[in-house]
Ligand binder design. Structure first.
Ligand code: ATP
Ligand code: MG
Length: 459
């Protein structure tokens, strides 16, 4: 009571969710899957504990372990300062400005280790209330209160098998609810990315967003515009790599979050002719994620923006430009349009350009050209992209089948394939025969598509 009065007098408002006592439960009783814990994460906890500090697994890893899902990475929370942590490990690096934390490295695995943080009433905010810097260390219960959702605020001590639950996360896990800790509107104002996170977790885990957590999102959606684009890009990437990409995008739309959020999302959700291509691409991405395979962000964004490139490419050809320069101009245009609002990192942009630029080269199958393409360092990505286009009905399946045989063929077989193609009646050695110049068809179906890609092979 006195605390609350003090808060009000000091103008701290509801941002200071009251620190609480943790309920202590046993992992074994909750069915926590210990065998899914990375030995390196356990090592970090044990090393810090031996040095006299508290150390727990925290966040998404504990949530996933309780759900029987293999966590994709492990975070550790401790009362040791970043300097204390660094001193305990041979390969450890202090990183971050907004939040300083330590990356403890074991080969390719990184265990992100952060010091308990306090809710800082003096934290610097922008004019909308977004917290800009917040590095004040605090107690474990304060650390719990500044996390986003109840299911993300569970701590697990692998040495004692204890789960510390400050905000009813275990009960919400059972009810399959994403519930904000504290006052949802305030927490969204502090960090609008939390709106995207609620949608991502709900889609990824098949959970429901609890009513009061969902309610403010629609009218607060526009606060997303104040978030730096680089951070939005990171979140977008996480969303797309969640294993439930399409479900995430649909829920973003339902929550009123997609509109104007990223030009990319408008493209994906609002262009019917692109929907099939993107749906196939995202379904494949989800499949790969669920099989534990890696996803190349460059490839992913190349698929998401392809319709933008394709329509501009076709328009260029229809204006009478040569296919290859028309494609290059289309790529520049599409990337320019995105760059204002979506900070796709440079190295991904380079990948995207390459994957797109390879496409017309699959249609040129004379002389040494197919050999050169096969040796290209991005051949595989280009070919996978070609397969997507084929599955979307954009080009004839014969082309993919040819390349599949060519790639697996002996030198003799390859020579024969090229020779056969040159002799085929009515075929110049383009992939799928002469281009069918039906670009102006406005149905938006296959006909319109055929023209662009096949015409490109003719240059
Ligand atoms: P994922 O499975 O996607 O990694 P995660 O819950 O581990 O999910 P991270 O982004 O890795 O998500 O963050 C780790 C933890 O840090 C979260 O579980 C949450 O407790 C806290 N956290 C992350 N981002 C925020 C945020 N914007 N606001 C409050 N807490 C956050
Ligand atoms: Mg995580």
């Amino acid at each position: 009571m006195i605390n609350r009065l003090l808060d009000r007098l000091l103008g701290r408002g509801p941002r200071l969710a009251k620190p609480r006592q943790a309920k202590i439960l046993r992992g074994a009783d909750l069915g926590l899957k210990r065998e899914l814990i990375s030995p390196n994460a356990i090592k970090v906890c044990e090393t810090l504990q031996r040095a006299g500090f508290k150390a727990y697994l925290v966040g998404g890893a504990v949530r996933d372990l309780l759900l029987g899902i293999t966590p994709k990475d492990f975070d550790v929370a401790t009362n040791a300062t970043p300097e204390d942590v660094k001193a305990e490990f041979r390969r450890a690096m202090i990183i971050g400005r907004r939040f300083r934390l330590v990356h403890v490295m074991f080969g390719r695995e990184v265990i992100e280790t952060s010091t308990f943080r306090a809710l800082n009433p003096e934290a610097k905010t922008d004019e909308h209330g977004r917290v800009l810097a917040d590095n004040l260390f605090g107690s474990q219960s304060e650390d719990a209160a500044r996390r986003d959702f109840t299911v993300n605020a569970l701590y697990y001590d692998p040495s004692s098998d204890e789960v510390l639950d400050y905000h009813g996360g275990v009960s919400d896990l059972k009810k399959r609810l994403i519930r904000m800790i504290g006052d949802p509107a305030t927490r969204y104002r502090e960090d609008p990315v939390r709106m995207l996170r609620s949608v991502r977790f709900a889609a990824k885990l098949g959970f429901t967003i609890e009513e009061q957590t969902r309610a403010p999102i629609r009218e607060m959606a526009e606060l997303i515009h104040n978030v730096p684009v680089a951070r939005l890009f990171d979140e977008m990437l996480k969303l797309l790599q969640s294993g439930q990409a399409m479900a995430c995008l649909r829920q973003l739309r339902d929550a009123g979050l997609h509109d104007g959020l990223l030009p990319l999302l408008d493209v994906i959700l609002e262009q019917p002719q692109g929907a099939r291509f993107v749906e196939i691409a995202l379904a494949r991405t989800d499949e790969r994620v669920r099989e534990g395979k890696s996803i190349s962000p460059g490839f992913l964004f190349a698929t998401l923006l392809w319709q933008q490139v394709r329509t501009r490419w076709e328009a260029g050809i229809a204006r009478g430009d040569y296919p290859i320069p028309a494609l290059m101009a289309a790529i520049d245009l599409a990337l320019d349009e995105q760059s204002e609002q979506l900070a796709i990192q440079k190295r991904f942009i380079a990948d995207m350009r390459e994957i797109w630029s390879l496409q017309p080269r699959f249609e040129r199958r004379t002389g040494s050209q197919p050999y050169r393409l096969l040796e290209h360092i991005r051949y595989r990505a280009g070919f996978d992209f070609l397969m997507l286009r084929t599955d979307a009905g954009e080009i004839e399946p014969e082309l993919v089948a040819w390349w599949d045989r060519f790639a697996g063929g002996s030198p003799n077989e390859r020579d024969t394939m090229i020779a056969d193609l040159a002799r085929a009646p009515g075929s110049s050695s383009t992939a799928s025969g002469r281009p069918r110049r039906r670009r102006r068809r406005s149905s938006g179906g296959q006909g319109a598509t055929d023209g662009g890609s096949e015409g490109a092979g003719e240059s």
